[in-house]
Design a protein around this ligand. Structure first.
Ligand SMILES: NC(=O)c1ccc[n+]([C@@H]2O[C@H](COP(=O)([O-])OP(=O)(O)OC[C@H]3O[C@@H](n4cnc5c(N)ncnc54)[C@H](OP(=O)(O)O)[C@@H]3O)[C@@H](O)[C@H]2O)c1
Length: 235
């Protein structure tokens, strides 16, 4: 039976990799701020919802585009850019925008999906993207790290509230991966991080998506409420 997967941050390196691996026949709801680039939008199974998740009314963009009762899987990759900004120079408006994109949008989307379970009972599988910084925070990233902790709280609490037969929710927490997201890190810093790593390299996009695929698959049917650190043993 074909599955429907909702992916936020579809244009991210992780989103692209996951979409490229999905078997044909999978219905993909790809959420992005800009229309998908032509190489991604060729697939007739992709419904592109163009939406800025930082807006509190972003759900309006989904109206008449998707049927939440058909969503079997939900993967959240979207995150506001990291700020590298001291706590004292954060404004509450900025924090709220980050929380809206990183965390509150997930709550809103999951609420919609879960509300359709009576109409269409099924197991919904959810994977959220966290960060290895949950283990060792870096300074200047208060809104990023606190919003990722909020997502971890969601994983913990929903795995208690729902049976794993109804909703299976897990997370992955990678260490540094060379993507657009960390382009603003100075090169010397990125090199320093890999030199100090026990495996002398960064994690790859493919290694992260291997775990995301596993958590969505029947091979992880008894795994619920977990957060997998993908950090090459850098503990
Ligand atoms: N790279 C790393 O080292 C690393 C490590 C751990 C975790 N992560 C996590 O990986 C994810 C980022 O993926 P990436 O590394 O591939 O970087 P990326 O390409 O910069 O991805 C960020 C994604 O978030 C989307 N996004 C940002 N603000 C948005 C908004 N207001 N509304 C809708 N979408 C929005 C972006 O959409 P646009 O294309 O429209 O900008 C993009 O698809 C984040 O969740 C991040 O926390 C990354």
């Amino acid at each position: 039976m074909s599955r429907t997967i909702l992916i936020t941050g579809a244009t991210s390196s992780f989103g692209r990799e996951l979409i490229s691996r999905l078997p044909s026949g999978t219905r993909i709801v790809a959420v992005s701020r800009q229309p998908l680039p032509p190489e991604m939008s060729n697939d007739s199974e992709i419904i592109n919802v163009i939406s800025d998740l930082a807006r509190t009314d972003f759900l309006n963009d989904f109206d008449n585009k998707i049927d939440f009762s058909q969503v079997d899987e939900f993967v959240h990759f979207a995150a506001a850019p990291m700020r590298m900004q001291n706590f004292s120079s954060n404004t509450s408006e900025q924090l709220l925008l980050d929380y809206q994109t990183n965390f509150l949008s997930v709550v809103a989307l999951l609420t919609k999906v879960v509300a359709t379970r009576k109409q269409n009972p099924r197991q919904v599988r959810v994977v959220l993207m966290l960060t290895d910084m949950l283990r060792s925070a870096k300074k200047g990233e208060t809104s990023y790290i606190t919003s990722k902790f909020a997502l971890l709280g969601l994983v913990n609490s929903l795995s208690m509230e729902f049976s794993g037969n109804d909703l299976r929710i897990n997370a992955v927490s990678p260490s540094l991966v060379e993507t657009k997201y960390v382009e603003h890190f100075p090169e010397f810093l990125r090199k320093d991080i890999s030199n100090k790593h026990p495996m002398k390299r960064h994690c790859t996009v493919a290694e992260v998506i291997d775990s995301v695929e596993f958590l969505l698959s029947p091979q992880s049917s008894f795994i619920n409420g977990q957060n997998i650190f993908i950090n090459g043993g850098e503990n």
